[in-house]
Design a protein around this ligand. Structure first.
Ligand SMILES: Cc1cc2nc3c(=O)[nH]c(=O)nc-3n(C[C@H](O)[C@H](O)[C@H](O)COP(=O)(O)O)c2cc1C
Length: 170
């Protein structure tokens, strides 16, 4: 069976709008590590489970798995710079990033739209990805505007739409 090609796959999948998050944890020295992701999905509410997919070549994968806990920091629309910092290849990309320890000690970034703190439950291998399944130990969110990716560009959702959605949940 012939499989879809890289370009057609990328173009079609990029039509599915997604949020942007920075996944944070600590390395063996207790320092902040993290990377930008869009592969975040809630698996179930009860039990509270989520998943993220991380490339096997990621420099932070071993720390994410080794620490046993991580935080999904959902970015707000004015945090595009955080997405760029945590997806850059700079060795010192986490310098000067403000954070505080969450419920299980994994770092939490300031001003995130939502913070989902997880205990690592399972790692599943598929192709060149590792699917990390997390049990959510603490979750909090605030009103605001999400950062969105659509067709490989950063986007915002129209103000009126977001205001109506925020009002709906209050
Ligand atoms: C919007 C956006 C979404 C991304 N989503 C993912 C993702 O879900 N999984 C992943 O492994 N990398 C993802 N990346 C790429 C990583 O952030 C990037 O490769 C980063 O440099 C990895 O750093 P590391 O090798 O130091 O871990 C994404 C990048 C951007 C800009």
């Amino acid at each position: 069976m012939k499989l879809a090609g890289f370009t057609e796959m990328k173009q079609a999948c990029s039509c599915f709008p997604v949020g942007v998050a920075v996944v944070t944890s600590r390395n063996a020295s207790g320092e902040l590590i993290g990377l930008t992701i869009s592969s975040f999905t809630s698996i179930s509410l009860d039990p509270p489970l989520i998943l993220i997919c991380v490339h096997e070549n990621s420099r932070v994968l071993d720390s994410l798995v080794g620490s046993g806990c991580f935080t999904v920091n959902v970015l707000a629309s004015d945090q595009q710079h955080m997405s760029k910092i945590f997806s850059s290849h700079a060795a010192d990309r986490v310098e000067n990033i403000g954070w505080y320890p969450g419920a299980r000690g994994a770092p939490v970034l300031a001003d995130a739209l939502a913070v989902i703190e997880c205990q690592l439950r399972e790692v599943v291998r598929s192709a060149d990805r590792r699917i990390l399944i997390g049990e959510v130990v603490h979750a909090v969110s605030r009103d605001g505007f999400p950062l969105v990716r659509f067709r490989s560009s950063y986007c915002e959702i129209a103000t009126e739409t977001i205001q109506a959605a925020n009002a709906h949940t209050n």
